[in-house]
Design a protein. Structure first.
Length: 406
């Protein structure tokens, strides 16, 4: 089924056509397939799902739908004797049940697409780790290091010893909001208000998660996410022991500053073995003010090197070479500067190795059951809740360096 099949024609409304198409599918035993294809259609076409009228859906799909809407008409007293929720409980007709499925799928799609806004760049890079614990100890095994020995002929192999290693993750928290469809929104056909509210709720839930990940990455504002290693809590960026990942006096100007940051990462040692960590940085993280500088450095096709340095006498030579800075993904967000003490600082590393999002359950959108809460006294026809539970945490600070101007 294509999106066009759901669109209105000259002789019928979009919702009437949807009812007809569903009944045809249901007679062929393909009612569930109708919903699957409808879900796919609204996910791909934002304008299509926002042109659907919940009032006309109710009138077409719910048994006695027109009577329900008419019962709310002030000319008839506006008593609203018919309750939508009571019609959606067990035993409802197939088409009436499909009304709940269709409206729920529209709300779900709006919330999820708002939550997955492409502006949330850290959310896209940080792996989600499913966990059934409210904070946990993640055990690990310390690396052995280069302990291989020469074994003389006929002698036994030496036994390898392993060191214990672990990190502690923070307490998780649940966050969510309610979405409510009122009698007035149905009667006055204000579907667009409800849909925009659903999208806005998704965006703000996504914003909250993005900001928690940014706070964990910057490590300048909150403490819950901090690196808790072997029972000791550490700041992510340090200039002493047990690691040094701050590159000071390294404003972002050209490729030499990237080189200086790489040198810092190359010097970080594994705490268990004392050998260099094989850091392969992927992400160049900058606030908005350094975005175009970062693009110029990464996207340049070649560089010019003058030897010796900036000499103006003594026959200096110039060499053109291919840009040595390649394959870095520039990560920038307008949200970074607001959380940075100095927005000219920048970072080089691997966000996906540095952070995790410990997730008890991902974003879920659920419809309220019949009779839930105070829906009757507040004229709530239907309602949904959207929520997720999790926490951001630093799991490996040694894979990123912070570069400061001073």
């Amino acid at each position: 089924m294509t999106v066009q099949l759901f669109h209105s024609g000259r002789s019928m409304t979009r919702e009437k056509r949807m009812r007809r198409d569903f009944e045809l599918r249901a007679r062929e035993g393909e009612g569930e397939l109708f919903l699957e294809e409808f879900s796919d259609a609204i996910a791909k076409d934002k304008d299509f799902r926002r042109r659907i009228s919940f009032r006309r859906l109710l009138e077409e799909f719910v048994d006695g739908g027109r009577e329900i809407v008419d019962s709310w008409n002030p000319a008839h007293g506006g008593a609203g004797a018919y309750r939508i929720q009571s019609l959606l409980e067990d035993g409802a007709s197939v088409t009436t049940a499909m009304f709940g499925n269709i409206t729920g799928q529209i709300i779900y799609t709006e919330v999820m697409q708002g939550f997955d806004d492409e502006a949330y760049v850290f959310t896209d890079l940080v792996p989600n780790v499913s966990t059934k614990f409210n904070g946990e100890v993640i055990p690990g095994i310390g690396r052995m290091g280069d302990v291989a020995e020469i074994i003389p002929e006929g002698k036994p192999y030496p036994r390898a010893g392993l060191s214990e290693d672990w990190i502690q993750t923070p307490t998780t928290h649940k966050r969510g909001m309610m979405i409510e469809l009122t009698r007035e929104q149905v009667f006055f056909d204000r579907t667009s208000q409800l849909i925009e509210k659903a999208a806005e709720i998704g965006r703000w839930l996504g914003y909250d998660k993005e900001m928690r990940l940014i706070n964990a990455f910057l490590d300048e504002n909150e403490t819950a996410h901090k690196y808790n290693w072997r029972g000791t809590i550490y700041n992510t960026y340090q200039s002493g022991t047990p690691w040094d990942n701050i590159t000071s006096g390294n404003a972002l100007v050209d490729w030499t500053d990237i080189d200086a940051a790489e040198q810092t990462l190359a010097a970080i040692l594994d705490p268990n073995t004392g050998t260099p960590i094989l850091n392969m940085p992927k992400h160049l993280v900058v606030a908005r003010q350094n975005l175009y500088t970062a693009r110029r450095i990464v996207d340049a096709t070649e560089i010019t090197v003058t030897t010796p340095g900036y000499a103006t006498t003594g026959n200096p030579t110039e060499t053109q070479a291919a840009n040595p800075i390649a394959n870095y993904k520039i990560v920038s967000s307008q949200l970074l500067a607001a959380k940075m003490a100095t927005d000219s600082d920048w970072f080089l590393g691997d966000i996906s190795r540095q952070l995790r999002y410990m997730e008890n359950f991902p974003l879920q959108v659920e419809q309220a059951p019949v009779g839930a809460g105070n829906m009757w006294e507040r004229d709530i026809a239907m309602s949904w809740k959207a929520g997720e539970r999790g926490a951001a945490v630093v799991v490996e600070p040694r894979v990123t360096t912070k570069c400061t101007v001073s």
